[in-house]
Write a protein that binds this ligand. Structure first.
Ligand code: COA
Length: 374
């Protein structure tokens, strides 16, 4: 058995941002337009009027101040309200592969390694832009990596589930190293016309290089253990899929073809599930709250993270103990905890323990307990 280690991470951040102010202005213009277009039906009680969104609500309810997006065009146009992505030919890199490549190259450089050192690629993301061929195999080809690659989707938990898969393969010796990559184009699956969720998501790509501990050439985080758990829930759901064309009304502009959630229920049900999951993982490893120097949590909602941090540590965590990046990035689905880890882990000392945890649709929760070396 070998000890797997995280030897490098990379974050690719798109160049365009959408601030809450821009978002709310566009949404309110859209709502006004919609209400004017449906004035008669609204007056007859057949259609519900759309209410305005508010910056104050967004910051208070979520902690989000802005988000990055791959394509801004269309998102803020009240007559469009989605990103206008160009159609790519089958012979050019897909948008997910393009983002993934950028994050992967940063992770390799961070670890002082090249594609020749990598034995597998896992593209773990909450949305895959096509059914096949696997985006991971395209990334593998573009990077010039030998070995194999596959896609996996466990929604917001994809990164930690991907890390567990890679770590287990390294532990058993079937591979020597793997890149787990999380290209998230959430801007394309969010419903920008729904004020309940239009503020939630942003785009990003993260990459994590895992290797045998002995192959690390710089400071690294040994993966002590991982835990994954799932429990079925319809409270976060997207019904889009290849059966769409085969169903009556399947091709219509249907709300359930985009991200849907019952946010209140998610909040109430997921916070205790995640807190218990982390505490059980720590207990299995005979670690107390004082032994955990940092929690890198999934970045969906600031209050959710505050509750989880407080429950796990038994006190209000100091900001550096449980850093958040969601104010700048919003919810980037599976990538959120990895952005936080990549940006807030270099200062940990030799022997310090920390825990990466992601959670979300499924429900699903995954945790990775790491120990700093070097
Ligand atoms: N602007 C102004 N008001 C808004 C609004 C907006 N953009 N969006 C919703 N509201 C209104 C609601 O309609 C509701 O009005 P009502 O009380 O008259 O019904 C009120 O504000 C409260 O809405 P609610 O949805 O209950 O707010 P909340 O405090 O639960 O916060 C979330 C909403 C989504 C931020 C929160 O529930 C959450 O973060 N849940 C978990 C999300 C999550 O982790 N998802 C995982 C996705 S991977």
């Amino acid at each position: 058995m070998y000890t797997p280690a995280i030897t490098g991470t990379g974050v690719f951040t798109p160049s365009e941002t959408v601030t809450n102010a821009e978002l709310v202005t566009a949404f309110n213009a859209y709502a006004d337009l919609y209400n004017a277009e449906h004035a008669d039906e609204i007056a007859a009680g057949m259609v519900e009027a759309k209410e305005h969104s508010s910056e104050e609500f967004i910051v208070k309810a979520s902690g989000i101040e802005q988000r990055y997006v791959m394509v801004k065009e269309g998102i803020l146009d009240p007559t469009v309200m989605y990103p206008k992505m160009r159609q790519r030919s089958d012979d050019e890199p897909s948008i997910m592969a393009e983002m993934a490549l950028k994050a992967a190259n940063i992770a390799l450089e961070n670890a002082g390694k090249t594609a020749a050192d990598v034995g597998a690629v896992i593209c773990a993301a909450s949305n895959l832009e096509r059914a096949y061929p696997a985006v991971a195999i395209e990334i593998q080809d573009l990077l010039g990596i030998q070995g194999f690659a596959f896609d996996m989707n466990v929604a917001c938990s994809s990164a930690t589930f991907g890390i567990q898969a890679a770590a287990d393969m390294i532990r058993s010796g079937s591979i020597r190293s793997a890149l787990v990559i999380n290209p998230e184009i959430c801007s394309a699956h969010i419903e920008w016309r729904d004020r309940d969720c239009h503020f939630i998501f942003g785009d990003v790509a993260t990459a994590t290089l895992l290797e045998r501990e002995e192959d690390a050439t710089g400071p690294y985080f040994a993966v002590k253990s991982t835990r994954c758990a799932t429990s079925f829930s319809n409270n976060i759901r997207n019904n889009n899929g290849f059966l769409r064309r085969s169903r009556p009304d399947g091709m219509k502009d249907r709300r359930d073809m985009q991200f849907m959630q019952n946010g209140r229920k998610v909040f109430k049900e997921v916070v205790p599930m995640v807190s218990q999951h982390i505490m059980d993982h720590m207990a299995d490893e005979h670690l107390d709250a004082d032994d955990i120097k940092r929690l890198w949590l999934h970045q969906a909602n600031k209050s959710m993270n505050d509750f989880i941090g407080k429950k796990v540590l038994g006190r209000t965590p100091e900001p550096h103990e449980q850093p958040n990046i969601l104010q700048d990035y919003a919810n980037t689905s599976s990538a959120g905890s990895i952005i936080t880890f990549a940006k807030h882990s270099a200062d940990l000392k030799d022997g310090d323990h920390g825990l990466i945890c992601s959670f979300g649709a499924g429900y699903s929760v995954g945790s990775v307990l790491v120990e700093k070396h070097g």
